[in-house]
Write a protein that binds this ligand. Structure first.
Ligand code: ADP
Length: 175
C-alpha cells in the first residue's frame, strides 16, 4: 500500500526521489508548475526534454502518459513529466486524468523511485474543477499497483491542501 501525504508548498523544493511535472504535450516548457520546475531546475531539464522530442517522442507526449528526465538543480533525482487532459464539460476525460497519475507511478517504478511528489494535475490552466481533480488524484494513486512507498501531494494553496486532506480522510475510492 502506498502511503499518502499532503503538504502545502512549492513542489520544486520538495526532496522526493521523483517529482511530477504537469507538463504540456510539447515538453518544451509552459506556465504554472511546468514553468516553476524549469526555472528552479535549470537548463538541463529542458535539454533532456529536447532530446526526448528528437528521439522517442517526435510528436510530443500524449495526455495521460508520462516520461522521466533528470532533475537538474532540484533536490529530487528525477522529474517525471506527465500531461493531464484539458477539462471539458461535454466529455468525461477523467480516465485520462487518472492515467496521468498511474503512468507517472509506472515510470517511477521503472526508475526505482520510492518517494514521489505530485502537483494537482490539470487543476490550473487546464481548468479541472479542483474538488474533482483531488478526487481523481487520490482515487488513481490509491488504486495503483506500484512499488512506490510514499506519495506526497504538494498543494499550492490552502484550499487545495484542505480538499486533499478531506479526501484522504474520507477513505473512499469510488470514481
Ligand atoms: P495544468 O496545465 O495541468 O492545469 P498548472 O501548472 O496550470 O497545470 O496547474 C497544476 C496545479 O499545480 C495547480 O493546482 C497549480 O496551482 C499548481 N502549481 C503551480 N505551481 C506550483 C508549484 N510550484 N508547486 C506545486 N504546485 C504548483
Amino acid at each position: 500500500m502506498v502511503e499518502l501525504h499532503v503538504v502545502r508548498g512549492d513542489i520544486t523544493r520538495f526532496p522526493a526521489d521523483a517529482i511530477v511535472n504537469a507538463a504540456n504535450s510539447s515538453l518544451l516548457g509552459g506556465g504554472g508548475v511546468d514553468g516553476a520546475i524549469h526555472r528552479a531546475g535549470g537548463p538541463e531539464i529542458l535539454a533532456d526534454c529536447r532530446r526526448l522530442r528528437a528521439s522517442t517522442l517526435p510528436h510530443g507526449l500524449p495526455a495521460g502518459d508520462a516520461v522521466a528526465t533528470g532533475a537538474g538543480d532540484l533536490p529530487a533525482r528525477w522529474v517525471i513529466h506527465t500531461v493531464g487532459p484539458v477539462y471539458l464539460e461535454t466529455e468525461d476525460r477523467s480516465p485520462v486524468l487518472r492515467s496521468a497519475y498511474t503512468r507517472s507511478l509506472a515510470v517511477a517504478d521503472e526508475l526505482g523511485a520510492r518517494t514521489v511528489a505530485f502537483p494537482l494535475i490539470s487543476a490550473g490552466v487546464y481548468g479541472w474543477p479542483r474538488a474533482d481533480a483531488v478526487h481523481q488524484a487520490v482515487t488513481a494513486v490509491r488504486q495503483a499497483r506500484t512499488a512506490v512507498q510514499d506519495v506526497t501531494f504538494v498543494a499550492f494553496s490552502d484550499e487545495v491542501a484542505d480538499l486533499l486532506r478531506d479526501e484522504l480522510r474520507s477513505g473512499g475510492s469510488a470514481v
